[in-house]
Design a protein around this ligand. Structure first.
Ligand code: NI
Length: 195
């Protein structure tokens, strides 16, 4: 989803008296780029809600933050399963972390046209019309169903990530002209070994 390239704030000097929080080394996955067929096929529903899935979600957050993204879907790390993570605050607010398992958009309202990008299509952006508000139904990491509403950027992120789980990229929402232009440029980059 749209990358948010705000410069990171300077790290504060650690307070020595603060209790040490145990840090788990997270796996940072390489992000699959446009051209890999995994990005263009529907992902499989998830049926097993275990510790492994929890680990995967945390690794996906770490991978997403590392790439300065605000959303990441499993196909983008080469896994064709229906899980996506979203955080429109780019890690600034831990409460903004959203995990969507087997999600579906159940309601959309209004329209908003904004520029969008994708971690799997780095360097390219395009205007996409998305609903202004959406309601999403999904399971959490325990397998419990919940509903969540999103507005503006959050609605856009939900739609973009759920599209990924259906094998759809934002390119498909662009005009044919714009889409072909981007595809041609990517082809050229591939030829030059830069993709
Ligand atoms: Ni994307």
């Amino acid at each position: 989803m749209p990358d948010r390239s705000t410069s990171s704030e300077p790290t504060e000097t650690p307070v020595t008296s603060a209790p040490e929080t145990p840090t788990v080394a997270r796996k940072i996955y390489p992000i699959v780029k446009y051209g890999d067929p995994v990005l263009e096929k529907p992902a499989k529903p998830i049926a097993k809600f275990d510790a492994e899935l929890e680990e995967l979600a945390e690794d996906m957050f770490a991978t997403m933050y590392g790439a300065q993204g605000i959303g990441l879907a499993a196909p983008q790390i080469g896994k064709s399963i229906r899980i996506a993570v979203v955080d429109v605050t780019s890690g600034k607010n831990p409460e903004a972390k959203i995990v969507l398992v087997n999600p579906e958009v159940t309601h959309g309202e209004g329209e908003k046209r904004e520029e969008e990008g994708c971690l799997s299509i780095p360097g390219f952006r395009g205007y996409v019309i998305r609903p202004h508000f959406v309601t999403v139904k999904a399971q959490n990491l325990k397998g419990e169903w919940f509903e969540i509403r999103g507005e503006d950027l959050l609605a856009r992120a939900f739609c973009h990530e759920i599209d990924h789980l259906n094998g759809i990229l934002f390119l498909q929402h662009l005009s044919m002209l714009k889409r072909d232009l981007i595809k041609r440029k990517i082809k050229k980059l591939k030829k030059q070994g830069e993709w």
